[in-house]
Design a protein around this ligand. Structure first.
Ligand SMILES: [Zn+2]
Length: 298
C-alpha cells in the first residue's frame, strides 16, 4: 500500500513538473502556430475568434484573467491590438508578459513590413506606424515567425528543448513544401485585378501577385457611404476588377453591393484559422484561401 501511495505521489510530482506553458494568443493564427510548435507542452488560450475584428476587441475581465496567468503572450503586434492590449497588459499586473520581456512575443517584429507610412497621420484611419499589421495572409511570413517563436519557447521552457527543436524542424519542412504547392496552385491569380473591402491584403497581394485596383473603405476601418461606393463603382469602368475580396469577420454589405452592380463575385477568405469551416488549421487556412480565390476567377 505504501509503495502504491509512493508511486502515486511520484506521478503527481512529475505531472506537476511537466505542467504546460500557459500561452495567451491574441489571434487564432498565432494560437495555431504555437500549437504546431509546442504540441502538448503548451496550454493555449486564444483571445479572439476569426469572426471578430481584431482591431476592435473589448478588454473584458475574462481576457485580463487569462493574461494574469500567462507565461507567454503571442500577438501580431504592429499596433493591430493597440485598442485593447495595453489595457489587458496593464490590468493583468503580470510582469512576465509585458513588452520587452521574454514572455512577450510579437510576430510582426520578424517579418518585412509593408505599407510603413513615411508620415503618421491618425486622421487617415487605422494607419499603423509599424506598417500594415495583417501579415498572416502571406504564408512565407510564417517561416521567420516560427523560427523566432520556437526559440522563445526554448528560452522559456529549456527542459523541452529537444521536443521544440523537433517540432520546429517538422513544421519548417512541411510548410516549405506547402508554400511551393500553394504558389503553383495560385499561378492563375497572378496580375488578376481585385477590389478589397478593407486594406487587409497587401501581404497576400505581394505574395500571389494579385493587383489591387480599389478598396471599399474610404479610410482603413471606416465604413463607406453609398456615395463613396458609387464613386468606386464608377472607377471600376476604367479599371475593371475580377472579384471583391473580404475577410470572414467583415460585414458583407459593401462588398455585396459592389459585387452585384459590377457583376463580379464577392470572395470571402478565412483571414485566420476558423474564418471558414474549411480553415481548421494553418495549412487548411491557405488551402481554402487559394481555392476560394481560384473559384472567384470562374
Ligand atoms: Zn486592418
Amino acid at each position: 500500500m505504501n509503495k502504491l501511495l509512493y508511486t502515486f505521489l511520484l506521478l503527481l510530482l512529475s505531472s506537476h513538473a511537466q505542467a504546460a506553458l500557459n500561452v495567451f494568443a491574441c489571434e487564432p493564427e498565432w494560437a495555431a502556430l504555437t500549437q504546431q510548435l509546442a504540441g502538448d507542452k503548451a496550454s493555449i488560450y486564444t483571445a479572439t475568434g476569426a469572426l471578430q475584428d481584431p482591431h476592435r476587441v473589448e478588454a473584458r475581465p475574462s481576457l485580463i484573467a487569462k493574461a494574469r496567468s500567462a507565461q507567454l503572450l503571442v500577438c501580431t503586434g504592429a499596433e493591430l491590438e493597440i485598442g485593447w492590449m495595453p489595457v489587458v497588459l496593464r490590468e493583468s499586473g503580470n510582469s512576465t508578459i509585458q513588452p520587452g520581456s521574454s514572455g512577450h512575443f510579437e510576430a510582426a517584429q520578424y517579418v518585412t513590413m509593408l505599407e510603413v507610412p513615411t508620415r503618421l497621420d491618425r486622421s487617415e484611419g487605422d494607419v499603423h506606424a509599424a506598417g500594415n499589421p495583417h501579415i498572416q495572409t502571406d504564408a512565407r511570413n510564417f517561416l521567420p515567425v516560427a523560427e523566432a517563436l520556437s526559440k522563445r519557447l526554448i528560452q522559456l521552457d529549456p527542459a523541452n528543448t529537444a521536443y521544440y527543436q523537433q517540432q520546429y524542424a517538422a513544421f519548417n519542412q512541411q510548410w516549405r513544401v506547402a508554400i511551393a504547392r500553394w504558389e503553383k496552385q495560385a499561378a492563375p491569380l497572378k496580375n488578376i485585378p481585385i477590389i478589397v473591402q478593407h486594406q487587409g491584403f497587401p501581404y497576400l497581394n505581394n505574395w500571389l501577385g494579385l493587383k489591387q485596383v480599389a478598396e471599399l473603405e474610404p479610410k482603413p476601418g471606416m465604413e463607406p457611404s453609398a456615395a463613396y461606393l458609387g464613386s468606386v463603382l464608377n472607377e471600376l469602368q476604367q479599371h475593371p476588377a475580377r472579384m471583391v475580396l473580404r475577410a470572414a469577420y467583415q460585414d458583407e454589405r459593401s462588398s455585396e453591393w459592389i459585387a452585384e452592380r459590377a457583376h463580379i463575385p464577392a470572395v470571402v477568405v478565412p483571414f485566420s484559422v476558423g474564418g471558414t469551416p474549411q480553415a481548421t488549421d494553418l495549412f487548411t487556412m491557405f488551402d481554402d484561401t487559394i481555392q476560394r480565390l481560384l473559384a472567384g476567377l470562374k
